[in-house]
Design a binder for this molecule. Structure first.
Ligand code: FAD
Length: 400
């Protein structure tokens, strides 16, 4: 028997594995991918961690970080041109993971700006729309939001009630959107509306008559992110506001695929932050005369967490490689988003418990991550919706 196949042998004694990268996936990263990972990790360590607990407690979006994220090229990082970094999918995943080690709300900011707003502008926008918005969004001089969900049911966007009708050359939009990240602070909203041609996307600028946003208060999750409702009361926009190449519901769904891919990575950053905190705590906490980490029960619980984390990390990396190869399917993204969120939530709950009473305090990061993950598992498609997407891919039948 080789040393590797004999757990508990002398060869294993004293060997401390990295629980956050147990199967050494980071060793597979290219030099550029590692540089991206390290620069975002540094930003999170130096600028995010010192202020995020206070922001979460106060329910404040740390707007002062936007220029710093922009300087690192985090907005629209995979796009080419317009001042964007042109990075690959693995790098985008790493950006999401490292940001969410800080807080899911800040990863949400980057996901919405990049995947839900800059991606559709690039994929479906006119040249004039791209020139007007992409450089400003990349520089963080403007913020954008993505208005798809409505109060009657986010899982079923095809039932949307927001309507756009022609008025000569212009369009008139009426309806409302609910649970929209960045809505109260966005300079431009991408509003999805039913038209006689099916679902179309419209760029509606802040200050347009009849268009208003309202902050959603009393959130117990993503408190460092601004979330709001949008109201459109006979809002008139010019023909130039419609995304010319976005036709039908598949356009907003394609944006969600981009963002869900990022979440499959991001949620694991939150899980890693919780696991790191629990590992440190278990090593220091002395109960019944020995550190908690020396007990079988704690070790089994930590090992179970690492089992989930390593499998989700491996899946996320493989999905990124498929994305870079151009073969990633929406059902594969559904599997990744669902799996990572499930793993991260389970880890956050276990870590919260291992921290004991201290685990309910904002002095530790774990409860903040746990509360955030309750949103992350819900938005961009709930667990059930992604299970049904995988089920449809397996059987050929939609059971939504
Ligand atoms: C903080 C936050 C930020 C958000 N940001 C944005 C944003 O920027 N833009 C945007 O457009 N949206 C955003 N959302 C909305 C989010 O995408 C929706 O909340 C999500 O899609 C779920 O929709 P819902 O809340 O209406 O729940 P519902 O769709 O009403 O779902 C309720 C329950 O029914 C289950 N369910 C759904 N379908 C089925 C079925 N066929 N069979 C069995 N069970 C089913 C769901 O899994 C869930 O458990 C955000 C949400 C939150 C909380």
């Amino acid at each position: 028997m080789s040393p590797e196949s004999s757990p508990g042998s002398a060869a294993d004694e004293g060997v401390l594995a990295d629980g956050l990268d147990f199967i050494c996936l980071d060793a597979q990263l290219s030099e550029e991918e590692r540089a991206v990972r390290d620069s975002v990790a540094r930003l999170v360590h130096e600028r995010v961690l010192p202020l995020i607990a206070e922001c979460f407690e106060a329910g404040r979006f740390p707007r002062e970080l936007v220029p710093e994220f922009a300087r690192l090229g985090l907005f629209g990082a995979t796009l080419h041109g317009y001042g964007c970094a042109g990075l690959n999918a693995v790098s985008y995943g790493l950006i999401c993971r490292e940001l969410e080690r800080g807080d899911s709300g800040l990863r949400s900011l980057v996901s919405v700006q990049s995947s839900l707003c800059m991606y559709p502008l690039d994929a479906y926008g006119s040249d004039a729309q791209k020139q007007q918005w992409l450089p400003r969004l990349a520089r963080g001089e403007a913020l954008a939001c993505f208005g798809l969900t409505e109060s009657q049911g986010g899982s079923d966007p095809g039932a949307m009630r927001t309507r756009a009708r022609r008025a000569g050359e212009d369009w008139i939009l009426s309806g409302s959107k609910m649970w929209i990240t960045n809505a109260p602070i966005a300079d431009v909203a991408l509003i999805w509306a039913q038209t006689e041609q099916g679902v179309r996307g419209f760029l509606v600028e802040r200050g347009t008559p009849g268009f208003s946003a309202q902050e959603i208060a009393h959130k117990f999750s993503l408190r460092a992110s601004s979330t709001g409702a949008l109201f459109l009361d006979e809002v008139r926009v010019p023909a130039a506001a419609i995304l010319p190449h976005a036709l039908g519901l598949k356009a907003p769904l394609s944006c969600l695929s981009q963002a869900r891919f990022g979440i499959a990575w991001g949620a694991l950053g939150a899980a890693q932050a919780c696991l790191a905190e629990a590992l440190a705590h278990a090593g220091e906490r002395v109960l019944f005369g020995r550190p908690l980490s020396h007990t079988q029960a704690a070790q089994i619980r930590l090992a179970e967490m690492v089992r989930g984390l390593a499998s989700a990390q491996a899946m996320a990396l493989q999905l990124a490689r498929l994305k870079d190869a151009g073969t990633l399917t929406p059902a594969q993204i559904s599997l990744g988003k669902w799996h990572s969120c499930r793993v991260a939530l389970d880890i956050a709950r276990e870590c919260r418990d291992l921290l004991g009473g201290a685990g309910i305090s904002l002095e530790h990061a774990t409860l903040r991550h746990l509360l955030n993950l309750e949103t992350v598992v819900t938005y961009e498609g709930t667990q059930t919706v992604h299970q049904l997407a995988v089920g449809r891919a397996l059987t050929g039948h939609a059971a939504f």
